[in-house]
Design a protein around this ligand. Sequence first.
Ligand code: SF4
Ligand code: FES
Length: 248
Amino acid sequence: MKLHLKVWRQAGPQDAGRFENHTVEGVTPDMSFLEMLDVLNNKLLAQGKPTIAFDHDCREGICGSCSMMINGRAHGPTRGTTCQTYMRNFTDGQTVVIEPWRARAFPVMCDLVVDRSAFDRIQQAGGYVSVNTGGAPDGNCLPVPKDNAEKAMDAAQCIGCGACVAACKNASAMLFVAAKVSHLGLLPQGQPERSRRVLAMVAKMDEEGFGNCTNQYECEAVCPKAISADFIARMNRDQIGSTLIPAE
Ligand code: SF4
Ligand code: FES
């Protein structure tokens, strides 16, 4: 397969940036999108030109670092991470536009690499359990309703990739924050800090410059881990309750 790429190039955060055209040949259907970019980078290296910077680590859909817009969609045409998107989803001769995440809170560092440390700071604001939970208890010592356990596991699947922010016209981080608030708030160990957690994480989200939710559901549509927008409603209920009855 031969592809025509329009790739965003930006030397640094202050650079205006521009699209650059490239042609990649010898692409096979079983290559991942990142492997296709590796082919292009090898070609650029051989020509003595600067390679295209992009983030990646696990290449297994786990770390959440392979963030990029592909033809205007976060992570590309399938509902998976970019590293788990395969070239069989593209056609020979197709033009593919590749851009970094678009959000003020995720400034572009270089080419397709954005700074997602705002997510880390939201986590640091309250996305943890600081009480001493001791060693792993016997399974039946701490009863957890099955529904809660399953919902907590669903929420815990969030890999912090930022696709939800990139897809949202408000650049809202509500789905990410809701997943992090919920996976702790649904379990017994997360109860002592539940109110403080949701208030602190939402406040930090606002401070970092993310927008608010206006129920567009774009976040849910692109989330590679299928995090449900229902978690946003749950977080809003948690936040309102915590505002009315503040934590001590
Ligand atoms: S909620 Fe989904 S899209 Fe958003 S950061 Fe988590 S895994 Fe990525
Ligand atoms: S490189 Fe880790 S999720 Fe894609």
